[in-house]
Design a protein around this ligand. Structure first.
Ligand code: FEO
Length: 398
């Protein structure tokens, strides 16, 4: 059975949800599922904006058929070729062989690489090109590295609809609620939106900034991303989050303590610090066990908070592997502008502190507070002064 929603008088959401997929990109857990959004414009010409992941292809085809209602499909605009959106292009070509494909030169090349038969169908567009489909004139805006190099966004100049590709998307299935004002975004969605942005697009902050600059010149009435809710109001809220994330500015002054513990002793030291911070009035403190928290959540939280404490046991004379994985992911995603404090633990040769410091030193605009704490096996009275000093340094820097 088809399942579609009307966005404007002639624009339809024709995507779908996947609750069965456990790992997005086979890496990131999505316990709330994910939506793959696709849109159909019914003007003098019928235009499809992007397709969906293969997992929901059948639902998608039923939706397209229902919206077209015996019309032919004239155009397919491909804003992004990653297979979670492009997997069904070939299926659409088979069913609607007359449809032309509008895309960037690079998207054309990628579709070729994926083996789609598009040679006689492609209309290549570049920044600033426009196409009229009847009453709607759509402008194409390049958006390289948001999230792949071929990406573009499409802006309907007639009704202010921005088809924003991966930008402004979120993990989480829609479950019938399509618009941002049909959900409590700040309560129920923001953590998944941040986790999606930071892990998928987080590395490309300057490119996102470039897109935000272009978007600021548009009179946007709707933002239609490829994942998550469609936005029809409260744009300032969303744009502000994107601006902060893409400039690597924290959302909140607060302390995130990430600890790597084998038998609970490093956790105990981390708890001691958390308690000291709270007693000094810094109550915005969160703690995460690096072994129990998927790194995508850690990355998301690291983008959120201003201060990060890394507390790690030494393991084979190195950083505990899950902690190393977290720091390397932070580095890969180009995270910057955070204030760090370090706690290390080791029973015979503590090394983790020095090694973590070296890795953080290789990252941009990271401040490491001077006073490390070195715990020998378990925190004792002789660690109290240094723990108190680290707590004071954190509070002072906030
Ligand atoms: Fe949702 Fe970059 O694909």
């Amino acid at each position: 059975m088809y399942c579609v929603r009307k966005i404007t008088e002639d624009l339809y959401w024709a995507g779908g949800n996947d609750h069965r997929l456990a790992l997005f990109e086979n890496i990131h857990p999505i316990p709330r599922g994910v939506s793959y959004n696709s849109y159909v414009l019914l003007d003098q010409k019928a235009v499809l904006f992007d397709t969906v992941d293969w997992s929901i292809c059948r639902q998608f085809l039923e939706n397209i058929e229902a919206v077209l209602n015996d019309r032919n499909l004239d155009y397919m605009v491909i804003n992004h070729v990653e297979p979670d959106h492009a997997a069904c292009i070939e299926e659409i070509i088979l069913r609607y062989p007359d449809a032309k494909i509008i895309c960037t030169e690079k998207a054309f090349m990628f579709m070729h690489q994926f083996g789609f038969p598009i040679d006689d169908k492609a209309i290549k567009v570049k920044e600033g090109d426009t196409m009229s489909f009847g009453k709607h004139k759509v402008a194409f805006v390049s958006a390289p590295m948001v999230h792949w190099p071929e990406a573009m966004v499409s802006y309907d100049t007639t009704n202010g609809v921005l088809f924003s590709a991966d930008a402004f998307g979120s993990f989480g299935a829609l479950d019938g609620k399509l618009f941002n004002d049909e959900v409590n975004f700040d309560r129920d969605w923001i953590d998944d939106a941040r986790r999606y942005y930071t892990n998928i697009v987080g590395k490309y902050g300057p490119h996102v900034q470039a897109l935000l600059k272009k978007a600021s010149n548009l009179d946007i009435k709707f933002i239609c991303p490829l994942h998550g809710p469609v936005w029809r109001n409260d744009f300032v809220y969303l744009l502000d989050k994107y601006d902060k994330w893409s400039r690597y500015e924290p959302e909140e002054k607060g302390v995130m303590i990430v600890y790597a513990t084998m038998y609970g002793n490093t956790e105990s030291a981390a708890s001691d610090l958390a308690t000291r911070l709270v007693k000094k009035g810094m109550t915005n403190v969160v703690m995460y066990d690096v072994s129990k928290t998927h790194v995508s959540y850690l990355i998301s939280e690291t983008f959120k908070y201003s201060h990060v404490v890394l507390a790690s046991v030494t393991y084979n004379l190195k950083i505990y592997p899950p902690m190393l994985n977290y720091i390397m992911d932070m580095k890969a995603l180009n995270l910057q502008k955070r204030i760090f404090a370090i706690i290390e633990n080791g029973s015979w040769a503590p090394q983790a502190g020095k090694l973590m410091r070296e890795l953080l030193d290789e990252m941009k605009e990271m401040t490491i507070l001077d006073s490390d704490v070195t715990v020998s096996s378990a925190m004792k009275e002789d660690n109290v002064d240094s723990m108190e000093a680290i707590a004071n340094s954190i509070v002072d820097s906030i």
